[in-house]
Design a protein around this ligand. Structure first.
Ligand code: ZN
Ligand code: ZN
Length: 371
């Protein structure tokens, strides 16, 4: 079951979106099922081939076009409470023409970044005089800073995935496959309060050197380091994402050496977070420690990504992103060191920028867990 914010909060978001549209000279936002629709009106619609499209004009009332058979689902969301008219279309109607009829002929329309290409092209054909741009440019200013309620939602998600990691030592042992361990973890992700498992990475031994390895039938052996990176979606739509690295029995000596470097890097990046510092300086805080110890070439990805209604969203914690951090920005800090053919390690917490410093939303110990 999905839950949503109070209608008054959603109404305030819609008003801010309209203001942002006016500020960027956009005539209307066209939003299809996905995180933006959920953010603006609390409607957790399933993305389908039939068009559902929220039309938010810069001036005037918002309306939503939905397939007739989706009307009950739409009305079960806060849409009715928000006073948004629901316009339905039948199986033989043209919903794209219906959307076009709601807008002036020559409009600047901002399309949901996640709109399917087939819908983008059919809207373009239905509105030949209109200019299309991305709604993400308008909505990023709203979504990139989390409200106190959103931070609380991320805190709950962080605590839920912490509880799963706390139980990983029960399941991780030599002789079991990654897939078997992954199944236990997936069950626990749901049991601890998520409505959906988004990903389960159990990367043992040499598989740990591949940052996005998922699960395989490899049998875990004594002495294997194991990277466990897991996340899910909570009933309110907010996501969790946390990595810890375990060792089944005593790990190789060289692994223990670079794990200590990695831990120092992750601590340094977390300590660096405060308003006004740039996203790229958080990346540098982790990277400098790892490079200084001679593992710079082995840290093959950015330090982190924003998180909220999506697991990966802005701000990205990466070299080249000079955007200053502001209170309410939430993102991962997840440096890794990967030795191809041998093993790897990653430590990941979600951190939210507060008024004076960062707050970690994952609180499981970060030291290597020997099981
Ligand atoms: Zn992760
Ligand atoms: Zn992550």
């Amino acid at each position: 079951m999905s839950t949503h914010p109070p209608a008054a909060d959603l109404a305030a978001r819609l008003e801010r979106a309209r203001r942002a549209a006016r500020a960027t000279e956009v005539d209307a936002l066209l939003i299809t099922p996905g995180p933006d629709l959920r953010y603006l009106v609390g409607y957790d619609a399933i993305p389908l081939e039939r068009l559902t499209c929220l039309v938010v004009p810069a001036e005037g009332d918002s309306r939503i076009v939905v397939p007739g058979l989706e009307k009950p689902a739409a009305l079960a969301s806060p849409i009715a409470e928000l006073g948004i008219d629901v316009l339905t279309w039948g199986e033989t109607d043209d919903p794209y023409a219906l959307v076009a009829s709601l807008l002036p002929e020559h409009s600047r329309v901002a399309l949901d970044n996640h709109m399917w290409a087939e819908k983008v092209l059919r809207l373009r054909a239905a509105m030949p005089g209109s200019e299309q741009l991305l709604a993400g440019a308008v909505l990023r200013e709203l979504r990139i800073r989390k409200s106190p309620e959103e931070v609380e939602a991320l805190r709950r998600a962080g605590a839920a995935i912490d509880r799963v990691h706390a139980r990983v030592p029960e399941w991780l042992r030599a002789g079991r496959t990654e897939r078997e361990v992954g199944r236990d973890i997936a069950d626990a992700i749901v049991a601890e309060g998520h409505v959906r498992v988004d990903f389960v990475i159990v990367a043992s031994g040499p598989n740990g050197a591949s940052p996005h390895h998922e699960l395989s039938d490899r049998v875990i052996e004594a002495g294997d380091p194991v990277v466990v990176d897991i996340g899910g979606t909570m009933p309110d739509g907010y996501c969790s994402d946390e990595t810890r690295t375990y060792s089944v029995g005593q790990p190789p000596a060289e692994f223990a050496d670079y794990y200590a470097v990695l831990l120092e890097a992750q601590l340094a990046a977390c300590a660096h977070v405060r308003p006004g510092v740039t996203a790229e300086s958080v990346d540098a805080a982790a990277r400098d420690v790892i490079a200084g110890a001679g593992y710079g070439e082995r840290f093959v990805h950015r330090t982190g990504h924003g998180i909220g209604l999506e697991t990966h969203e802005e701000p990205y914690i990466v070299s080249g992103n000079a955007e200053p951090l502001e209170p309410g920005m939430a993102f991962s800090i997840e440096p890794g060191i990967y030795l191809p053919g041998r093993h790897g390690a990653r430590i990941e917490d979600i951190v939210v920028c507060g008024e004076t410093e960062g707050e970690r939303l994952n609180l499981q110990p970060r030291e290597l867990v020997v099981v």
